[in-house]
Design a protein around this ligand. Structure first.
Ligand code: GLA
Length: 394
């Protein structure tokens, strides 16, 4: 089992805190975004992978309508009633669980509460989607506990709605889909228009390093939502000036952008160029991977970061420093920011034989510039989320 020590510790903590065993457990991994930045809500394509860190959620039903929820890392408990779930401004981690539970039970309100505890090892605020790991482990565990049928896309949408309504971030579906659909050693390629996905092998010649800068810049969620608004404003413009239907930036090519951007404020036009270019890069990257051209794929990752930095404005000094350092390290094939941006982590594509030396070189170069090293770890594309009854792994 992945992360067995974390699983065993959660069971111990659950038993000690609630004085009984959980009935169900679910595990959901974090994710890396490999290529295709901010393309998901523009109905485009993304390469991503579920990773080898994640969150477990254990639960048992109660006879009354109370829900007792414990964050296993803090051992802090909050309670709420399953008949009136509302977001909270305190202990905001509870909102991901509440929002997911509210979405699951929207059609058929729950009549019983639960004892629940979550515990995991996804570093928080690192751009590895600890929130989606929490939503998807909550969703799978509570769906099993309450006997609710929810397929992958339905569950992902429930998690996304929790982010929108309970956490205030107008995210796309990338993090939730990846956490559910990941497969060991493979990338997930998703089409966010049809919301369909396939997995493709990454090949033996490549592995990933994750460099967590711990940088977190102000107004992160507000900034994400504003970028999304710029993309929507640009899509509405292109829908007016292009002859073919434009539902989202997915429908606009870079050539069309260059010819028809006139009339858009410069900043909005630049913002739009990023997901349009990213979409084209993902499609090109798919061809390169199919031909075994990992180096070509890596070059697209560098291009992606440059587009984030120059056009989309969602990079920062710390992320740029890691990518610049990566470009000079032998064996590194590509590097880019991963996820929303404005801080968090850089994902680096490297030949496995160079991974260790590249990791040390990245940490040292970063330390020389910022005073302390960034956290560098090898990330393995791993299996997606699962739930099971205690003692019966499915
Ligand atoms: C965050 C969001 C995703 C996606 C990425 C950027 O991770 O949650 O939906 O938009 O940023 O690609």
């Amino acid at each position: 089992m992945v992360n067995k020590a974390v699983h065993d510790e959660l069971l111990k903590k659950f038993q000690a805190h609630f004085g009984r065993e959980p009935e169900v457990i679910a595990y959901a991994p974090g994710r890396i975004e490999v290529l295709g930045n901010h393309t998901d809500y523009n109905e485009g394509f993304v390469f991503s992978a579920a990773i080898n860190v994640g969150t477990f959620f254990a639960a048992a039903k109660r006879d009354d309508t109370t829900c007792r929820l414990v964050a296993g890392d803090l051992m802090k408990e909050v309670t709420f009633d399953c008949t009136g779930i509302m977001p909270s401004s305190e202990d905001i981690w509870q909102n991901y669980v509440k929002g997911t539970f509210a979405g699951l039970t929207e059609a058929r309100p729950a009549t019983h509460g639960f004892d629940g505890m979550f515990f995991g090892n996804v570093p928080l605020g690192s751009g590895l989607s600890s929130s989606a790991a929490l939503e998807m482990s909550t969703g799978l565990a509570l769906a099993r506990l309450y006997g609710i049928e929810a397929d992958t896309v339905t569950l992902a949408r429930i998690g996304q709605k929790a982010e929108h309504l309970y956490a205030g971030c107008k995210c796309g579906l990338l993090d939730q889909i990846t956490s559910l659909a990941g497969e060991a050693g493979r990338l997930v390629k998703t089409d966010f228009r049809s919301v369909t996905y396939e997995t493709v092998p990454m090949g033996e010649e490549a592995c990933f390093l994750m460099c967590n800068t711990h940088a977190k810049h102000a107004l992160v969620d507000g900034a994400y939502n504003r970028l999304r608004e710029s993309c929507e404003q640009a899509a509405a413009h292109f829908a007016r000036v292009l002859r073919h239907p434009v539902q989202a930036l997915r429908d606009v090519s870079m050539t069309e952008w260059a010819i028809y951007r006139a009339g858009l404020p410069t900043e909005v036009a630049d913002r739009a160029a990023h997901p349009i270019g990213e979409n084209e890069r993902v499609l090109r990257g798919a061809e390169l991977l199919a031909n075994g051209d990992t180096a070509g794929f890596g070059a697209l990752m560098f291009d992606s970061h440059e587009s984030s930095r120059v056009l989309f404005g969602n990079s920062c000094e710390e992320l740029d420093a890691v990518v610049d350092a990566a470009k000079k390290i032998p064996g590194v094939l590509g590097a880019r920011l991963s996820g929303g941006g404005f801080g968090g982590s850089v994902v680096v594509l490297v030949h496995p034989r160079d991974a260790e030396t590249a990791a040390a070189a990245l940490a040292n170069t970063y330390a020389a510039r910022f005073g302390s090293p960034c956290d560098v770890s090898v990330i393995t594309p791993a299996a997606g989320a699962r739930s099971w009854h205690l003692g019966v792994r499915s």
